[in-house]
Unconditional design. Structure first.
Length: 209
C-alpha cells in the first residue's frame, strides 16, 4: 500500500526522469505520495523508471519528448492533463553537458547544451506555467548547479546554461508569485550519476582533486 506522504494527491512532471538525478527525484516524489509523469528521450529507460514508481504504489506516465520542441512539450502537457487533470509540480531535470577546453568547444555542442539545459527549461516552464497560472497554484523547480556560482574549467556551455537558469528562475519567480506559482532553483554539487561515472572513467573528472 502506498504511503501518504507530503506530496499525497500531487501530480509532478519530471523532465529527464528516466535516469540519473531526475529519476532519483521522481522516485523521492513517489515515496512522498506523488503520481508522476516522466519525460525524456529514451522510452525504454522511462518505462523502467515508471515501473519502479508503480512498484511503490503510485501512478506513473512515461512520455518520450524533446523538451526543446514546443510542440512536444504541449503534447506532453495535454497528455498529463488528460490522465491526471492537473499539474502541481514541474521539475526541470533534463540536462546535457560538454566537457572540452573552450577553444575546442564546437558551436554544435554549445547549442546542444544551451538548448536542453536553458531553452528546454524555459519551454517547459512556459507551457506548464500557463496551466498553473490559470489554476492559481504550482511549483516549478529548475536544476541548477554549484558551478554556476563557483565556475570550473572546460565547462563553458554547461556553466553558461546553469547561470542562465538562475536568471530565468528569478524572473519567473517575481512575475508569477502573484498567481500562486512558486519558482525555485536547486544548485547541487556532484552526484554519482551515470554521466559523472563516465567522466570519472575517462579522466574528465576527479572528485578527489
Amino acid at each position: 500500500m502506498a504511503r501518504e506522504g507530503r506530496l499525497a494527491n500531487r501530480i509532478a512532471i519530471v523532465t529527464g526522469g528516466g535516469r540519473g538525478l531526475g529519476k532519483a527525484i521522481a522516485l523521492a516524489y513517489a515515496e512522498e505520495g506523488a503520481d508522476l509523469v516522466l519525460v525524456g528521450r529514451g522510452q525504454e529507460e522511462l518505462n523502467r523508471a515508471a515501473e519502479e514508481i508503480q512498484a511503490l504504489g503510485r501512478k506513473a506516465l512515461a512520455i518520450s519528448a524533446d523538451v526543446t520542441q514546443i510542440d512536444h512539450v504541449k503534447s506532453m502537457v495535454q497528455a498529463t492533463l488528460s490522465e491526471f487533470g492537473k499539474i502541481d509540480i514541474l521539475m526541470n531535470a533534463a540536462g546535457q553537458r560538454a566537457v572540452f577546453p573552450t577553444t575546442e568547444l564546437t558551436f554544435e555542442d554549445w547549442q546542444r547544451v544551451l538548448n536542453v539545459n536553458l531553452t528546454g527549461s524555459f519551454v517547459c516552464s512556459q507551457v506548464v506555467g500557463k496551466e498553473m497560472i490559470e489554476r492559481g497554484y504550482g511549483k516549478i523547480i529548475m536544476m541548477g548547479s554549484m558551478q554556476a556560482h563557483s565556475g570550473a574549467p572546460e565547462r563553458a556551455a554547461y556553466i553558461a546554461s546553469k547561470t542562465g537558469l538562475v536568471g530565468l528562475t528569478r524572473a519567473l519567480g517575481v512575475e508569477w508569485a502573484k498567481y500562486g506559482v512558486n519558482v525555485n532553483i536547486l544548485s547541487p554539487g556532484y552526484f554519482r550519476t551515470d554521466i559523472i561515472e563516465h567522466q570519472i572513467k575517462i579522466g574528465q573528472l576527479n572528485l578527489e582533486a
